[in-house]
Design a protein. Structure first.
Length: 508
């Protein structure tokens, strides 16, 4: 039997080759793999010896040859294939071990050039893998170094069964299709966001204990995009027990909330909703203000910071029972404090690059809905003060803050803010006035002199009136209702200020 070994990642390849030669297999190889095997003392033939043609074009062309692909695709039980192989001197391969050039790793380097990326597009590797996987009844296709020991064990026991061969073939097609999707994504980076055909590439990073509920199985996959390094899936867990599906979902919501602020920001999330969010010149102050926004809901929540966690902040966070704390880093004194919390998971993550927004995908019956991520690209110059009274400087600062926060809240979304801190949130209600009432109740004694942001227009004046009666002094909302003038009239009647942005922030 013959095995063809040609790998970029040479982990375990010498051990595989030695095991195969010990079982009486002949080894054929190429390029760097050939050199590595010969250096290790493994008896190996070059592909060029078989094809009688040298590797050319800096290794771009070496295995694209009928003597190679015929050996991978030949079916010995078919008379026609036997005749062809006999006429052309084609010998069958019984095993192919190939892994691909590191295209994704290359394109995720910040300063990679297009020429460097193109050179890491593998041609021969996917072609051989797909051929072997198609012919898996006769050829064992191995694309993962981690599968080498199991394959060797199966060969020693008489050979892998058909189910194992199918599983290995499926893994090949999954990897080559993901590889091609990554290449397509790279070439389309400057084209339309929504091409006629779309494919998604990702690699499993975690088997999760379960999904949203214990009876649901779940796993986490990381996408191939450069931006994914700055996401929750790309984070590094420094401490704590394994993450759950809900931990990651909430941590993602929290991490998104603290992106893009020019001062220390802290968000506290419960069920993907920011029950607390604040910015300040001091990280510990931002945390304390975020916690004060809804200390009851914060219990068992997720905390995110856009700044390294220092000792003082760690001391305060350690007083709260929370599931996850995610930040760009942790000082050594902070780690010493937080590592004492056995149930607290610590995640270190990269902040998203400036101007990076990406796409959002929702699964629906029969397919996907894909959209650009909602961002803060709208210019403040387009806002309009429509009330008789203009917002004060203090109100204006809080209105800007609240308008940034409201896009993270589920519709119908209402955010009440004071001193760059969230003091009340109403979300997910079937009508807007109910969201206002919930936010006002949560704000409590902080309601007077707070400002209000609404993710969409007020269809009636009752929501604004409810806020005004409680002491809210200014409102920011998109406008666009047929009753805008009625709403503005109520604002003026209570001496409030109001800004219309012309842009809504629904989050269903």
């Amino acid at each position: 039997m013959r095995a063809l070994l040609s790998v970029y990642d040479k982990t375990g390849i010498v051990e595989l080759a030695r095991a195969l030669t010990g079982l009486g297999w002949e080894i054929v190889s190429t390029g760097g793999t050939l050199a590595a095997l010969r250096k290790a003392g493994v008896e190996v033939r070059s592909v060029s010896d078989i094809t009688d043609f040298p590797e050319i074009m800096d290794g771009r062309v070496k295995t694209l040859h009928p003597l190679i692909h015929g050996g991978l695709l030949g079916r010995p039980e078919l008379e026609g294939d036997q005749i062809s192989m006999g006429e052309h001197g084609i010998e069958l391969f019984g095993l192919l071990a190939v892994n691909l050039y590191p295209f994704v790793e290359t394109i995720t380097k910040p300063d990679v050039t297009e020429l460097e990326a193109i050179e890491q597009i593998d041609i021969g590797g996917p072609a051989m893998l797909r051929a072997a996987a198609k012919n898996h009844q006769h050829v064992i296709p191995v694309v993962e170094p981690g599968d080498y020991p199991a394959v060797v064990d199966a060969l020693r026991a008489g050979g892998p069964d058909l189910a194992t061969r199918r599983s290995l073939a499926a893994k090949v097609y999954a990897q080559t299709s993901a590889y091609d999707a990554s290449v397509a994504r790279y070439f389309r980076r400057d084209d339309s966001l929504f091409p006629e055909e779309i494919a998604f590439a990702g690699r499993k990073t975690l088997d999760l204990r379960y999904g949203e509920n214990p009876h649901q199985h779940a796993a986490a996959y990381q996408s191939d995009s450069f931006e994914s390094r700055a996401g929750v899936i790309g984070s590094k867990q420094l401490h704590g027990k394994e993450l759950s599906f809900n931990n990651l979902l909430d941590a993602d919501a929290a991490w998104n909330c603290v992106q893009g602020w020019d001062r220390p920001a802290v968000a506290i999330i419960k069920h993907t909703i920011p029950c607390g969010l604040a910015v300040s010149d001091s990280l510990v102050d931002a945390y304390e203000r975020a916690l004060a926004g809804d200390p009851v809901s914060a219990f068992g929540g997720i905390v995110a910071s856009n700044s390294q966690i220092d000792e003082e902040t760690a001391t305060e966070v350690s007083k709260l029972f929370c599931e996850v704390l995610i930040a760009p880093g942790f000082s050594e004194p902070a780690m010493s404090i937080l590592e004492k919390k056995k149930n607290l998971r610590l995640l270190e993550a990269e902040l998203a690059p400036e101007g990076s927004h990406g796409l959002e995908m929702r699964v629906v019956s029969g397919g996907w809905l894909i959209q650009e991520a909602d961002d803060q690209s709208q210019q403040e110059e387009t806002w309009k003060v429509v009330s008789n009274r203009r917002p004060t400087e203090s109100e204006m600062n809080d209105l800007r803050f609240a308008w940034r926060v409201v896009r993270h809240v589920k519709s119908n979304a209402i955010v009440l803010a004071k001193n760059q801190s969230v003091v009340g949130v109403g979300s997910g209600q079937p009508n807007r006035v109910e969201s206002v009432a919930i936010a006002a109740r949560k704000a409590g004694r902080n309601l007077p002199e707070s400002v209000l942001a609404s993710d969409a227009f007020f269809p009636f004046a009752d929501g604004v009136e409810t806020a005004a009666v409680g002491g809210v002094t200014a409102v920011i909302q998109p406008g666009g209702s047929v009753r805008d003038q009625e709403v503005i009239g109520t604002v003026n009647a209570y001496g409030m200020a109001m800004i219309l942005t012309g842009q809504r922030h629904f989050r269903h």
